[in-house]
Design a protein around this ligand. Structure first.
Ligand SMILES: C[S@@+](CC[C@H](N)C(=O)[O-])C[C@H]1O[C@@H](n2cnc3c(N)ncnc32)[C@H](O)[C@@H]1O
Length: 263
């Protein structure tokens, strides 16, 4: 395992504080509509929840967003009648969440913590989810058991992340998928990215073993693809072409089947 484990939480907190304003400037216009319309869209390719139906009806459900960033998702789910809590490591990202709460008038609890150690009792939530959130940056061997612990039996864990296959084609110092194998498949747990963040992933078999050991049954693994868009050019065009041929993103839909101690 890489030497960034142990320091990754501090590194990611500092780095997310630094890049938060740029991240929100770039991404908020795209995902912000969600906060105002309640219409959520998943992942890199903006696939609407109405097509994927990962959550179903959320009205009245207690929902935790792990790595909420500017809370556009949680705000949208609040608009749909859920009781969200937004959790994030970065205080700057949470300031953006607060700003959105002031704009929309929709308020809900915001918590600063790491997904690896969350301040909630066992069985607190019906849904725990993240769209390229905390599970992309926290140690999976700590964050997935935490998510399972705070879910009620029958609850849903849903999250998206970059696919392991994509990650192993990224050359050192690059932030783009290539067409050759460049990184060790069996050493994906925590690795330093070109953008100064520490990312997390696992080989597919290890994800599955981890879910099983936490009492999480796999309902679905979506490997999403972008639609062909001839209007794109340059880098976006080639990223889009890559992802139409090979898996760029995973969205897991997992159901908690057992209570603690019954695994
Ligand atoms: C790519 S952003 C996604 C934010 C949000 N899901 C969105 O759609 O904009 C990832 C978020 O995960 C947060 N994060 C990173 N490591 C975390 C950890 N260990 N625990 C909680 N949040 C974390 C970052 O601060 C950041 O806000």
């Amino acid at each position: 395992m890489s030497d960034v484990v142990g320091t990754h939480v501090r590194t990611n907190r500092e780095r997310w504080n630094e890049i938060s304003d740029d991240y929100q400037r770039f991404n908020a216009p795209r995902i912000r509509g969600q906060a105002f319309t309640g219409d959520v869209a998943w992942g890199l390719w903006g696939l609407p929840e109405s097509e994927l139906n990962i959550f179903g009806d959320v009205a009245g459900l207690d929902v935790l967003e792990m790595g909420c960033g500017g809370s556009q998702w949680s705000t949208a789910l609040a608009r749909r009648g859920a009781n969200p809590v937004g959790l994030d490591l970065s205080e700057r990202q949470l300031q953006h969440s607060l700003r959105l709460q002031r704009e929309t008038g929709l308020t809900f609890p915001l918590v600063q913590a790491s997904a690896e150690e969350v301040p909630f009792a066992d069985g607190s939530f019906h849904i725990v989810f993240a769209d390229h959130g905390a599970f992309s940056f926290a140690d999976p061997l700590r964050a997935i058991p935490e998510a399972a612990r705070i879910l009620r039996v029958g609850g849903l864990l849903a999250f998206s992340h970059i696919s392991p296959l994509y990650e192993i084609t990224v050359e050192a110092g690059s932030d783009r998928a290539g067409r050759k194998l460049a990184r060790d498949y069996f050493d994906l747990r925590m690795f330093a990215d070109a953008d100064g963040l520490v990312s997390a992933n696992l080989p597919y078999g290890e994800w599955i073993g981890l879910f099983r050991s936490c009492g999480l049954a796999i309902e679905d693994l979506l490997e999403t693809r972008p639609k062909d868009d001839p209007a794109l050019s340059g880098r976006q065009r080639s990223d889009n072409e890559w992802a139409r041929r090979w898996p760029s993103e995973c969205i897991w839909r997992l159901r908690k089947t057992t209570s603690q101690g019954e695994r």
